[in-house]
Design a protein around this ligand. Structure first.
Ligand code: HEC
Length: 415
């Protein structure tokens, strides 16, 4: 086995080697009052958990980045190098030496909490909060709840950024912001996704079912310069929040902060949602006791487009996901591969630069589902056939793509 440095050379210390790794890859979440369950800011925080840290880094469970970096790269990628992983391993094996800490200005010690987006002249930030705090029962059960936030804007509004601010950082596991213009969701305040009444509005198409998907650490998206996501007149927001199980009663009031520009930016971001309709091996029915693969093929593009971000979506039976595009010249453009689908860490992946897909390109996706008892997340005991539906116990296969019509030079623009 290869070790970064042998003991005859220099000893690996926390101060010199380990702390910098944790500072760049972990503490954005692992600091007091943030989303992770404990802080990793100090040696005293880290040393007693060193074995655990070695385990979660060598299995690549942490940092929680689920996309395969040998397939494609993204702006928000957070991965340890093999060398970092080995360094942590060896530090643990060598006895977790602290080493000589450099003196540091004290304010650098504590990572600064996320700075609230400052209002600039051209952008106004508006906060949308849940209508009232939600009471989370201490019954040790996870739950999925819907919350309607009325807005009912008279005119179109131009979104430049979206931020989700979890109220209860320990229990808000992930959330999705959707928009509706039909008033179908009005009055829904804390309705459970298990409630049969929720099926009624879930069967109607919303104007944007995937405006923003939040997981811990993915706090804010900002759209590229000169682009905007349009909020249609008379829009209300709908939050779908997944709460982790809690042993004690607790509450949550989460909110969404949206940045609106006064002027209409030149380029409107459009959403292309590849749904189950495009599956080529229908029916989309995941048979009990089987691992099944579905293939999706989207019609040739009618124009040149520039991709901004991409978000695969499956539920608890998801096992792996892959998407790619083939241009009319036969060029393969790899979009995303998630080798081990993780329901808890689904997010939007923003490309480093606009990705051009020329007219005539065909987008393909493959979703693999494990409907056996070997899937620890399988919600059905005993296992049963599962088909299409919004409910967490049903399944979906979506690829949500944000794009703008292509302009010459886009592929050189950093996002
Ligand atoms: C994007 C936010 C985020 C980042 C970055 C992150 N973590 Fe975590 N971490 C979490 C959350 C949330 C949990 C608790 C939920 C879970 O286990 O998935 C967690 C759990 C853990 C656990 C406990 C796992 C368990 O099974 O209970 C360890 C250990 C850990 N993280 C170490 C690290 C280390 C080391 C890094 C950096 C290399 C890191 N984390 C980066 C958010 C993060």
């Amino acid at each position: 086995m290869f070790f970064y440095v042998t003991s005859a050379q220099k000893k690996i210390t926390y101060a010199e080697h380990i702390q910098p790794i944790l500072r760049s890859h972990c503490i954005s979440c692992h600091r007091p009052n943030d989303v992770a369950p404990f802080s990793l800011l100090s040696y005293e925080d880290v040393a007693p958990r060193a074995g655990f840290i070695e385990h979660v880094t060598s299995t690549k469970y942490m940092p929680p980045w689920r996309a395969d970096s040998s397939f494609s790269h993204f702006k928000n990628e957070n991965l340890l190098s093999e060398q970092d992983i080995l360094m942590i391993k060896q530090w643990v094996a060598d006895g977790r030496t602290k080493g000589k800490m450099k003196k540091r200005a004290s304010k650098e010690n504590a990572a600064s909490p996320e700075i609230s987006a400052a209002s600039s002249e051209s952008v106004t930030y508006k906060r949308f909060s849940m209508q009232k705090p939600f009471n989370i029962k201490g019954d040790g059960k996870e739950q999925f709840r819907f919350f309607h936030i009325p807005f009912n804007n008279p005119d179109s509004q131009f979104i430049s950024s979206i931020r989700f601010i979890p109220g209860n950082k320990k229990l808000v596991h992930h959330s999705r912001v959707m928009t509706d213009t039909t008033l179908a969701i009005s009055g829904i305040d804390g309705m459970s996704a298990d409630d049969t009444a929720s099926y009624a509005f879930q069967s109607k198409p919303l104007s944007d079912p995937f405006l923003f998907g939040w997981v811990p650490g993915n706090n804010r998206i900002k759209f590229p310069a000169n682009t905007t996501k349009l909020l249609y007149p008379h829009t209300d927001l709908l939050l779908n929040i997944h709460y982790a199980p809690s042993p004690v009663n607790d509450t949550d009031s989460s909110l969404v902060e949206i940045g609106f520009t006064k002027e209409r930016p030149e380029r409107e971001i459009q959403t292309l949602t590849l749904t189950e309709d495009y599956i080529s091996n229908k029916p989309f029915l995941i048979k009990a006791n089987q691992i099944s693969k579905f293939y999706l093929r989207y019609d040739p593009l009618q124009e040149d487009i520039s991709l901004i971000s991409i978000m695969p979506h499956m539920h608890l039976l998801g096992k792996s996901f892959r998407a790619f595009a083939v241009t009319p010249d036969g060029e393969l453009i790899k979009l995303i591969h998630i080798p081990r689908w993780d329901f808890n860490w689904q997010m939007s992946y923003t490309f480093k630069q606009f990705v051009k897909l020329p007219k005539g390109t065909i987008i393909y996706a493959e979703g693999e589902y494990d409907n056996t008892i070997n899937n620890p997340r399988n919600p059905n005991h005993p296992v049963k056939n599962v088909g299409l539906g919004w409910g967490t116990k049903d399944e979906m296969m979506n690829l949500v793509i944000y794009f703008v019509p292509y302009r010459v030079g886009d592929e050189n623009i950093e996002l």
